[in-house]
Write a protein that binds this ligand. Structure first.
Ligand code: DHB
Ligand code: FE
Length: 287
């Protein structure tokens, strides 16, 4: 059966792609951020996932305001990136696992999550930047991806509770897959940031720290926050936290924090990286 080995959460700021292209990882501005990935690389080298299920939000590359599903999932053999206008190189294409996608889709729809199914799907910086951070270099990425997009862009957005439930349904669906795949769950974006308007540049370190604590130990606590309250506390784009919430929901076992890095700012964003372990529950071990 497929096994969920843990999760990585990562900021997806496009400027990171420019820093990678220009090999600025050790520059004083970038070093505190990139060094946070040393542990991620060691851990991924140890656990060697086969597939990454990636919760992210599209920023206008695959979906636009005219047609923007609340929840969508890829069912393609390959996912391409295109120029989004950020001035960063177009990323390598990422392999998909269409058979696994269709299994997840069957289970999710049966579980009353009526996903938009994309057999052709471009992935934007919210997928490609975290994948480039986790598996650097231009050679083919060693894991396949299943992209799951959550609308964090055009209101009304799904609630925190709904995203936690989506994650839980995805976790159940992954574990019901008969193939012996090692599955990594990824949540991208955040933490606090606001790119425009009167509060452009807004960052809330205290709330970010609180969210990172709760993501590990008590994700239900985050369901108390309405979307307007999240915008108030973490900025208009800080609502990308929804991707982290769904990621956490997909962890079905005993969850602990293996690693955390938090650095202000990367571009306009409080950049955060986390690695979470997902050990089988002891009751299951006995069963
Ligand atoms: C930035 C952050 C984002 O989440 C994004 O999607 C684009 C830009 C930024 O801080 O520059
Ligand atoms: Fe974003």
């Amino acid at each position: 059966m497929a096994q969920i080995i843990g999760a990585v959460a990562s900021t997806h700021v496009p400027a990171i792609g420019k820093a990678i292209a220009e090999q600025k990882q050790n520059d004083p501005y970038w070093q505190p951020f990139f060094s946070g990935f040393d542990y991620v690389h060691q851990w991924l080298g140890r656990v060697k996932p086969d597939v990454a299920v990636v919760f992210y939000n599209d920023h206008g590359l695959n979906f636009f305001l005219d047609k923007l599903p609340t929840f969508a999932i890829g069912a393609a053999a390959e996912y391409r990136n295109e120029d989004e206008g950020w001035g960063i190189p177009v990323s390598r294409a990422l392999a998909g696992d269409a058979a696994f996608s269709w299994h997840l889709i069957e289970r999710l729809v049966a579980d009353e999550f009526d996903m938009t199914v994309c057999q052709d799907m471009l992935v934007d910086h919210a997928v490609t930047i975290p994948m480039a951070l986790m598996w650097p270099g231009n050679s083919a990425c060693p894991v396949k991806i299943i992209p799951i997009s959550i609308n964090t862009v055009q209101h009304p957005l799904p609630s925190v509770a709904r995203c936690l439930k989506l994650g839980r349904a995805v976790g159940r669906a992954i574990e019901s897959y008969a193939q012996n795949l090692k599955v990594l769950v990824v949540g991208t974006g955040g933490l606090s940031h606001q790119l425009d308007g009167a509060r452009a540049g807004f960052i809330n370190k205290d709330f970010d720290q609180f969210c990172m604590e709760k993501i590990v130990s008590d994700p239900e606590a985050l369901t108390r926050y309405s979307i307007p309250k999240l915008v108030e506390l973490s900025g208009a784009q800080g609502v990308e936290l929804l991707n982290w919430v769904a990621m956490r929901g997909a962890l079905t076992g005993q969850v602990s924090q293996l690693h955390r890095n938090y650095h202000i700012p990367i571009s306009n964003t409080a950049a955060a990286t986390m690695v979470l372990d997902n050990l089988p529950k002891s009751s299951r071990k006995a069963a």
